[in-house]
Design a protein around this ligand. Structure first.
Ligand code: GLU
Ligand code: ZN
Length: 313
């Protein structure tokens, strides 16, 4: 089942651009998350589109108490304005259950009781350095009532798509990922499933996010195909890394954004994205300059909506 999505593919049935930012409240926003937030908002505004906000709080044990509220406040302080209601994944269980049932009806999911250790011992390294799931429980279904994760059976699909930044991507799921988890043994919905269901529900036409998720995209496109959902366009922006090459994150000691200077942080994030935005005195001025800078750097001519087209919207 080869699947191709193209950079030029029309967005959704409604036609208009809809983007999103989807932070996980496992910690406060930092310089790295600001880059993803900035890129996704600039792309939405540069297309005259909508920008939605979704809090990815499915992984309850890892959530920081009050984390979602803190993220919203930080975004507000930085001048980010989102469209519509904030979606909380913790309230979307019924939608994920429904998607899971569709996959189950296709005979696509099976129970798995393998430990991390067992998989690491037998799986060859795949994308992101994670072991490829060797299919143990696919061929030998676990017995008994032990809590089990649900895995999605992949096939020999080779997923291809054009990332607007990284270019043509080709991933053979069976060789590079293996059957992947859609629901964890502790009952938590996996990121891949939740993100796909929510992107579709929100009518997202364009996903703009950090390059650490480039390798997840093929799994998401595969799920979209099985669930008969549209595939958005994708743009993965360069990650903020430390001198050691590690991704900047809470784990690697990133400072919370809300303790830092707003304009300076926005300017640094824009510079990281390769945008030349001259120094400004006010947040509104920053946004006014950053949108055309984004257009010049990330949108080709055909994509650049003409002024008359923007006015019609
Ligand atoms: N919640 C994910 C993160 O914070 C982003 C998910 C996405 O943009 O698809 O890394
Ligand atoms: Zn297993």
């Amino acid at each position: 089942m080869p699947h191709t999505s193209s950079y030029d593919a029309p967005g959704n049935a409604r036609g208009g651009y809809v983007g999103r930012f989807a932070p996980s409240p496992s910690g406060p926003l930092h310089r790295g998350s600001l880059v993803a937030a900035l890129a996704s908002l600039l792309d939405a505004r540069a297309h005259g589109g909508l920008w939605r906000l979704r809090i990815e709080d499915t992984d309850t044990p890892r959530m920081m108490p009050g984390g979602a509220t803190r993220i919203l406040r930080t975004l507000e302080r930085f001048g980010f304005q989102w469209d519509g209601e904030v979606v909380l994944q913790s309230r979307r269980g019924a939608a994920y259950e429904h998607a899971w049932a569709q996959l189950a009806a296709q005979g696509r999911v099976y129970r798995c009781t393998c430990t991390r250790r067992e998989i690491a011992d037998s799986g060859a390294p795949g994308v992101d350095g994670a072991p490829v799931y060797p299919g143990t429980c696919r061929t030998h279904p676990p017995d008994g009532q032990r809590p089990a994760a649900w895995r999605l059976r992949v096939d020999d699909s080779v997923i291809e798509f054009d990332d607007r930044q990284a270019g043509r991507q080709v991933q053979a799921l069976a060789e590079e990922v293996g059957d992947f988890i859609v629901k964890r043994a502790d009952g938590i919905w996996a990121y891949q499933l939740a993100a796909v269901v929510d992107d579709a529900e929100a009518g997202i036409t364009d996903v703009v996010r950090g390059a650490d998720l480039l390798a997840s995209t093929a799994r998401q496109i595969f799920l979209q195909t099985l669930l008969d959902l549209p595939t958005p366009r994708y743009l993965h922006v360069p990650l903020v890394t430390l001198a050691s090459g590690e991704k900047l994150s809470k784990q690697t000691g990133a400072a919370a954004l809300d303790d830092e200077d707003v304009l300076e942080s926005l300017e640094a994030a824009a510079a990281h994205l390769g945008l030349s935005v001259e120094p400004v005195d006010a947040i509104e001025e920053f946004w006014a300059k950053a949108i055309p800078a984004w257009r010049g750097r990330y949108m080709n001519e055909r994509e650049n909506p003409s002024v008359s087209e923007l006015e019609r919207r």
